[in-house]
Design a protein around this ligand. Structure first.
Ligand SMILES: Cc1ncc(COP(=O)(O)O)c(C=O)c1O
Length: 456
């Protein structure tokens, strides 16, 4: 298995050819899932005592299995939060794998961790957080949010009175599902400010004052959103920061999707207050053009994160010895052994420069504004709300939930686009509406036009 022979040479050529073809293909086929039994029938037995051989396995993947996946970077993939890794970042993901570096401790990963830290310093500089703030790359926004919540909970429990209490986190109903899910992991309760639109300081204050004394005692953190997944809405970060300070609460900003827009001059002012956060999540694998998976958690005070996350074991002692001293990413989030998943971002940033990133993020924002204008001019369409960041919510007059669903399937089936509906709450009612989320800077006005034409 570990021999260097002619089979390895052939496999390398196959893999490199595939990678080059894939990353230069600007309109990959949209691909469709198949039922598992169907895939099994097409693939047959692949795990056998003697192996089926690299060539056969590779051809199966290239010719059959990858076609049952949807390329996230397709310029007409505007559903959920798509992605569009730069070619430089994808190529460096191959380099990251080939280099076999353990990214948990400086002793083993110094050169690679140095690169990650350079990219991280740029991310931190976008937030405006003070000297001393820094972070680490995680597997995604969920892991970043969990790492932040664990840090916040541990800081709160330093007070012995809270040691045995079950904590409470307040967030808004517009917050991402991972907040509730990760609160379950740390066995905390989540209380909602019932607002899908912008969470204001007044709404937060009113939720805090509605708490029973016992609940108030257990409240330790507030999670605001810097760009909701559904609609791109940024909470009143400045006001919420002040409220958190007044009540001595941990202030976390989940900017997993929207945080990239900190680089965009046109919307930077909307994030005012983020510099006051105790922790911030930003996912490079969403809008900073990194391949999966790459999230990031940034802390105002790294020592608090270290207190919460550093692991101990006699087999780890050497990593903390004078001779091995350096920055250990394992100390600041939930994972020990880790891929150097910030390396592709570092290489792409170093290659293209930060100005290109600014341009590419602004492009997503401009596409959303352009789509908004096209929708306003269309007799059968109307905006549900003004576009925010790179999200557009709109309705097709006269359509119900079933029509939107059929529209999604039809466009996918016809290889036109992947666009999916969502729900928007007005008062007490949820309405099914259409949604665009722009990430890929190669999406064009023509792409938007073609998709809107499918809604007649
Ligand atoms: C605001 C927000 N937070 C957290 C997440 C979870 O991130 P991940 O899927 O990388 O775990 C998402 C994902 O879309 C998100 O939009």
């Amino acid at each position: 298995m570990h021999k260097v022979d002619i089979d390895l040479v052939e496999m390398t050529l196959d893999v490199m050819k595939y990678a080059i073809n894939r990353i230069t293909n600007v309109t990959p086929n949209l691909g469709k899932p198949k039922k598992e039994q169907e895939l099994k029938k097409l693939a047959g037995e692949t795990i056998t005592p003697k192996g089926i051989g690299g060539e056969k396995a590779f051809h199966l993947f290239r010719d059959v299995l990858v076609k049952a996946t949807i390329p996230i970077d397709h310029p007409r993939h505007l559903a959920f939060v798509p992605a569009s890794p730069t070619r430089a970042a994808v190529m460096f993901d191959l380099v990251t794998s080939a280099s076999s570096i353990h990214g948990a401790f400086w002793m083993e990963g110094a050169g690679g961790i140095f690169c990650e830290n350079e990219a991280m310093k740029w991310l931190v500089s976008l937030t405006g957080m003070p000297e001393g703030a820094h972070g680490v790359f995680t597997s995604g926004g969920t892991a970043a949010n969990l790492s932040a919540m664990v840090t916040a909970r541990e800081a709160w429990r330093k007070d012995m009175e809270n040691g045995k209490e079950r904590g409470i986190v307040i967030t808004s109903s517009g917050a991402h599902s991972s907040i509730k899910a990760m609160a379950k992991v740390i066995d905390a309760d989540v209380l909602l400010v019932e607002i899908e639109d912008r969470m204001t300081a007044a709404a937060l204050e009113s939720r805090i004052s509605s708490l029973e004394p016992d609940q108030r005692k257990r409240l330790f953190a507030v999670v605001a959103t810097g760009g909701t997944t559904n609609a791109g809405i940024i909470d009143d970060l400045k006001g919420i920061a002040a409220t958190c300070k007044q009540h001595n609460l941990w202030f976390h900003v989940d900017a997993a999707y929207g945080g990239a827009a900190l680089v965009a001059d046109s919307v930077r002012h909307l994030f005012e207050g983020i510099e006051e956060a105790d922790s911030v999540t930003i996912d490079p694998h969403k809008w900073l053009f990194s391949p999966y998976d790459c999230g990031a958690i940034i802390y105002r005070d790294m020592e608090q994160a270290k207190t919460a996350h550093a692991q101990e074991g006699s087999y780890l002692d050497i990593f903390y010895d004078e001779g091995a001293i350096g920055f250990n990413p394992a100390d600041y989030q939930i994972q020990l052994t880790r891929r150097l998943r910030g390396l592709p971002l570092w290489y792409s940033l170093a290659t293209h420069g930060t100005e290109k990133y600014k341009w590419a993020v602004e492009r997503g924002i401009s596409l959303a504004l352009l789509a908004g204008k096209m929708i306003e001019k269309h007799p059968q369409l109307e905006l549900v709300r003004e576009p925010a960041l790179s999200c557009v919510l709109f309705r097709r007059k006269g359509w119900g939930a079933e029509d939107y669903k059929m529209w999604t399937y039809r466009n996918h089936e016809d290889n036109v686009a992947l666009v999916a509906p969502t729900k928007w709450k007005t008062g007490a009612t949820y309405e099914t509406v259409a949604r665009f989320c722009f990430i890929n800077p190669d999406t064009t006005e023509e792409d938007i036009k073609v998709i809107l034409e499918t809604m007649v």
